[in-house]
Design a protein around this ligand. Sequence first.
Ligand SMILES: Cc1cc2nc3c(=O)[nH]c(=O)nc-3n(C[C@H](O)[C@H](O)[C@H](O)COP(=O)(O)O)c2cc1C
Length: 227
Amino acid sequence: MDQPGVLDAIHTCRALRRLKPDPVPDEILVQILDAAIRAPSASNTQNWAFVVIKEPGQRRKIAEIYRKAFDLMSAMYRDRQPAPHQTLSAYNRMMGAAEHLANHLDEVPVIIVAGLMTPAASFAPPARDTARVAAARPRISGASIYPAVQNILLACRAFGLGSVLTTIHAYYDEEVRAALNLPQEFTTYAMLPVGYPAEGSRHGPVKRRALNEVVCLDRWGNHWPAR
Ligand SMILES: Cc1cc2nc3c(=O)[nH]c(=O)nc-3n(C[C@H](O)[C@H](O)[C@H](O)COP(=O)(O)O)c2cc1C
């Protein structure tokens, strides 16, 4: 199979939530995971860990938890309006696909849970800087796992597999921990269903807000020129 170049993969790596139950060969899974661990991490600590869920019983347990989390999210977002750049129909399509995933996650052949192991404290900040360091920590932690997660999405794209970054399992973190027998030191950051795209679902152009809306030159407010 011809694989897309890096920029092609980036530009066509849409969130795919309608996935076939067909199995994903282990040789491909290994390459996806191997792409994940090529990512950068703070001080190259590589404190990530991944749980690859293939067993039907385990997928069912996770799917039940995910369904509950989706219901909670739907209740919270019931009156939510689309973001200004989104049309109502695009928003409704996205939510419809998200609900489909919530209803069919158990049928997806592979679910990858990505997270971080809390490192043993090897240094302590000077006492006067403790609050400063603590305030930055969540961002630094996320930055040490989400590049690996994005590599998973792009590697899936390269192999013609669909996936989507999800995080709502965290609403029922304790249930996920119990189902997967996770150790205390492991914090989950993302859950990615992986499977071949269902009929009518395909990778394609990723639409985003314009660069000049989101990029400033030299200082805030000096927008990048429109093309
Ligand atoms: C932090 C984060 C959390 C997300 N959580 C979910 C989720 O719980 N369920 C879901 O279906 N998609 C989830 N998504 C996927 C986004 O909805 C998706 O990336 C976005 O709509 C862009 O989709 P597109 O690449 O197809 O344009 C999440 C994405 C991010 C970055």
